[in-house]
Design a protein around this ligand. Structure first.
Ligand SMILES: NC(=O)c1ccc[n+]([C@@H]2O[C@H](COP(=O)([O-])OP(=O)(O)OC[C@H]3O[C@@H](n4cnc5c(N)ncnc54)[C@H](O)[C@@H]3O)[C@@H](O)[C@H]2O)c1
Length: 326
């Protein structure tokens, strides 16, 4: 069964393609390589294209696609403040091009990569009914697209599953793919680099209302995200609602200092830590309630112990240095 994966050459998309192939699906990757890598497309056909161009989407006409997993978005919070129009164009307008193409083709099963950045800041574990208040253009672009999808499900009979990821991290256990964002903005790969290159690592904020004063986050291993997508694909027809949202996190939360300590244990090296002022937009706590995904998808984040996340991210970091990604 052919599954269209937009953004399948990226970090999370490539892991999803590997999992799809293992579950006997055939991923068709559509990607403009603006952020992804051709070398990450290993488990299905690659269609080079940009969602802004309907003529590129028609390159997919030859494929009998049964469902879509849509990841092709821009996803840097800080960049979204400098260039919000890029985020609204790519994450909304270009996404509508995709929906119109799929509508024409009558491919109405749709899984969307959304984010916990749509929620209002809360110290409590966030469930799918928690208050919504995205604090960046990035978060808003994701929320607006969620709403558009809800309308497509009501009016055009799309069957939609929106998956709100918490912090994706780690790498596939074979180390054939992993995180390679440029620039890298995520905590774990940047911390590993600081340990390896003996660079000073800056922690933003030491007076958050948390147990050690640093921010608290919920990290989900990228393999657990990939598994959840395959389960969502299987269940999408069985769930009676036309539009459904699931949180995908580990349900556990760690402070920045917890993560520093775990990387230290794994590397057996030292790092020079310094505290810098808080960054605007950083929430003090972000953690998930994942009861709904566990129940409906029959899914558990089995790979998401902090230890396994750090181990696979560290091993991937070392492997990445030895390979040419371009
Ligand atoms: N990384 C995280 O922690 C995280 C958390 C929550 C949600 N998400 C969401 O998951 C998705 C994937 O994130 P990622 O970290 O793998 O990012 P990524 O940048 O590695 O992957 C995105 C892919 O989409 C492609 N792309 C972007 N715009 C495109 C366009 N117009 N046409 C065709 N291809 C295009 C890029 O080339 C890239 O390969 C994004 O939608 C992001 O918002 C990520």
């Amino acid at each position: 069964m052919k599954i269209l994966v937009t953004g399948g050459a990226g970090y999370i998309g490539s892991h999803i393609c590997k999992e799809l192939r293992e579950k006997n699906y055939e991923p068709i990757v559509f990607d403009n390589l603006s952020e992804g890598y051709k070398k990450f497309v290993k488990w299905g056909e690659f269609v080079y294209g940009d969602l802004s161009k309907p003529s590129d989407l028609s390159k997919l006409d030859a494929h009998d696609i049964k469902a879509t997993i849509h990841l092709a978005n821009n996803a840097y919070v800080s960049e979204s403040w400098k260039n919000p129009s890029k985020y609204y164009k790519n994450n909304i307008s270009n996404g509508i091009n995709l929906l119109e193409y799929l509508k024409k083709r009558k491919v109405q099963k749709f899984i969307f990569s959304s984010t916990c950045a749509v929620y209002k800041n809360s110290k409590k574990a966030l469930n799918e009914n928690s208050s919504i208040y995205p604090s960046s253009p990035y978060g808003r672009s994701k929320l607006f697209f969620e709403k558009i999808l809800e309308d497509y499900s009501k009016v055009y009979n799309f069957k939609v599953c929106t998956l709100r990821y918490f912090n994706a991290s780690g790498a596939d256990k074979t180390l054939s793919i992993g995180e390679a964002h440029v620039p890298e903005t995520h905590l774990i790969p940047n911390l590993i680099e600081a340990f390896e290159k003996k660079k000073t690592f800056y922690i933003y904020g030491k007076s958050y209302p948390t147990r050690d004063g640093t921010c608290i986050r919920d990290f989900i291993h990228v393999t657990d995200l990939a598994v959840a997508h395959c389960k969502a694909l299987k269940k999408i027809n069985k769930i009676s609602k036309k539009y459904i949202i699931f949180n995908l996190g580990s349900g556990k939360s760690y402070s920045v200092l917890d993560v520093v300590n775990e990387v230290k244990k794994f590397s057996n090296k030292k790092v020079n830590l310094k505290f810098a002022p808080k960054r605007s937009g950083d929430v003090s706590v972000s953690k998930s309630n994942i009861k709904l995904a566990k129940y409906h998808l029959n899914w558990k984040p089995e790979n998401s112990s902090l230890r396994n996340i750090i181990k696979t991210a560290y091993l991937w970091y070392k492997k990445k240095k030895k390979i040419k990604l371009y």
